[in-house]
Design a protein around this ligand. Sequence first.
Ligand SMILES: *Cc1c(COP(=O)(O)O)cnc(C)c1O
Length: 364
Amino acid sequence: MKIPFVSFKAMEQELNADIRNAFERVFENSWYIGGKEDEAFEKAFADYCNVKYCVGTGNGLDALVLLLKAFGIGEGDEVIVPSNTFIATALAVTYVGATPVFVEPFLETFNINPEKIVKKITSKTKAIIPVHLYGQPCDMDTIMDIAKSHKLYVIEDCAQAHGATYKGKVVGSFGDAAGFSFYPGKNLGALGDAGAIVTNNEEIANKVRALGNYGSDYKYHHIYKGNNSRLDELQAAFLLAKLPHMNRMNEERRRIADRYLSEIKNPNVILPTIIDDVVPVWHIFGVRCGERDRLEKYLNEHGIGTNKHYPIPMHLQECYRDLGIEKGEFPIAEEISNTELSLPMYYGMSDDEIGYVVEILNCY
Ligand SMILES: *Cc1c(COP(=O)(O)O)cnc(C)c1O
């Protein structure tokens, strides 16, 4: 049996007509940036996230960059980010001229450890960016308490967690604002690059919209030195077509994860831990294994696609050499980089396919 790490086939087949209709609508309308589809998607996604405002952006990285700028974060400021995340979280901080300060995650959940946040707060700290990594929400009550007592902004990085809940509330509605990515592989994916911010803060929403539109509040009037990062009308139409199906597709990912969690029984394979009060959306199903590369080779040889999230922690990336962080300073992030292996996880995996992954893993 051949099982890819990810496949869009089932989604594409089911939504074929909806996607084509979305394209037709935009093409008929002959309006390609900032039109009806954009407006409708922003409204639908704000409603979905239970917040007042959503502003589309060109991608998820820009969503975070524009939010940091809107909150006035820049040179001389520090922003706390997890030591284990996709590089975009840290790059967003770097792009606005601030310094990313890494905080270790829990090895068991892969998510940022709030106790360790407190130790990294200085007089320069302006914000925390918790990342709901792999689709599991962070411990938001504790993070919000810390932020309140130290007067820090919280910008949630929800790029991997569309629709995940913590104590019954969807992520993106806890912090001062949140950034989302609609990169095709994300739980809500466009057919190209796309992103958005959500917030209850009207001023921040307006500022992000202006900053992503050449700093313009109305045509040819520029209040900020902004850039160009808007959500395409076509991508908005695709996202609007896909949004009503997202909960069902996330539910299917949970069904796959539940089977992995209950049926994978191999002392060499450590399963992820889920904290109380959360409903994850399993953007990634990551296990850990001491001999990760050997396990990966074994699975690949049996036709099972895998991936690593992420093979090099940020503090050891070439681009962050200037931070002068030595190997060994973030042992948990390094341990995750060395041991994490992501199993196939996508809408449309059949029972037989899930069973095959389980069987092959249990024979390792
Ligand atoms: C994908 C991702 C981003 C960036 O999103 P893009 O749309 O690719 O720019 C940011 N943070 C995390 C955690 C991500 O997984």
